[in-house]
Design a protein around this ligand. Structure first.
Ligand SMILES: Nc1ncnc2c1ncn2[C@@H]1O[C@H](COP(=O)(O)OP(=O)(O)O)[C@@H](O)[C@H]1O
Ligand SMILES: [Mg+2]
Length: 269
């Protein structure tokens, strides 16, 4: 008799990006991108301006179409029913609400619990989720305040609370630190890290603040058209090494071609 061998399947990634290329204006802006992200990870995506970071996020969301490869979120395609409510997107622009929008923090965060099943109900039976999310981002004392009266950092927290109230497993954050002062930036990063450790949320965060990402993310990805580095922050290459990888030669003894948008690791605050 043949012994029964149970082969345990390896943990499947929450997000799978396989050989993905995206064309904008007839040019490939990202090419052959491969990425596997597992639940509970905090992945920082860094790279120069125009390197394709936002394009990648928008493609994961399904807003942009890839012309080759595949993307799966918990084994479902972007925008499919299985993904509904499982992914939240927070951008810097999301916190720049128009001045004529009059919403309190609580009302803004409540929008996060609206979904296709409950939008028609007159009262949402989820107020505890809203209060919990507001508490998590430290805004309970400002819950009744008009979002336009908040500081940039507080508004960014309110937008993040809306994403948390949605109970999405995956948070995609596109430059959420822009415009925040140093204290707000560092408390937001601590908060995001605690979501991963305590609530098993998965965070993919774009930032050109390599210093902040080196100190916070569990894993760093350097994207410039394609992925040049993917690994632990401790192994992140120097800018000179990155330039060499990308075939840029050191002509003046210093890395002059490095994009201004990517601060030197030595400039880390
Ligand atoms: N709406 C758009 N239409 C066409 N091309 C775009 C558009 N937005 C960005 N691009 C181009 O796509 C490339 C990648 O941009 P983007 O994903 O915004 O980079 P990043 O977020 O890393 O700064 C750039 O060359 C940019 O000019
Ligand atoms: Mg961008």
């Amino acid at each position: 008799m043949v012994p029964l061998v149970v082969v345990k399947s390896p943990k499947s990634p929450l997000l799978l990006v396989e050989d993905v290329s995206v064309r904008r204006n007839k040019t490939d802006v990202i090419k052959d991108v491969n990425l596997k992200i597992y639940q509970g990870e905090f992945v920082g995506i860094v790279g120069p301006n125009g390197g394709g970071k936002s394009t990648l996020i928008q493609t994961i969301l399904g807003v942009l179409k890839h012309h080759s490869g595949r993307i799966l979120l918990s084994e479902h395609e972007p925008l499919s029913q299985g993904v509904f409510g499982k992914v939240a997107w927070v951008s810097q622009a999301a916190a720049n609400l128009p001045k004529n929008v009059r919403l309190t923090v609580r009302e803004l965060v409540s929008l996060g619990v609206l979904n296709h099943k409950n939008w028609w109900k007159r009262y949402l039976p989820f107020s505890s989720k809203v209060e919990e999310a507001i508490k998590m981002v430290g805004l309970s004392h400002l819950a009744h305040r008009d979002v336009n009266q908040l500081s940039g950092g507080e508004r960014q927290r309110a937008v993040i609370a809306r994403a948390l109230a949605s109970e999405a497993d995956l948070l995609l954050l596109d430059e959420p630190l822009v415009g925040m002062d140093r204290a707000s930036r560092s408390s937001l990063l601590k908060l995001l890290d605690s979501f991963c450790h305590e609530q098993n949320k998965t965070i993919v965060m774009i930032s050109h603040d390599i210093g902040a990402m080196l100190q916070t993310a569990h894993r760093l990805v350097y994207l410039e058209e394609t992925i040049w580095f993917d690994g632990p922050p401790a192994n992140f290459p120097s800018l000179e090494e990155l330039a060499l990888m990308r075939g840029i030669e050191d002509v003046h003894g210093a890395c002059e071609q490095c994009d201004d948008d990517v601060p030197s690791v030595l400039e880390v605050e």
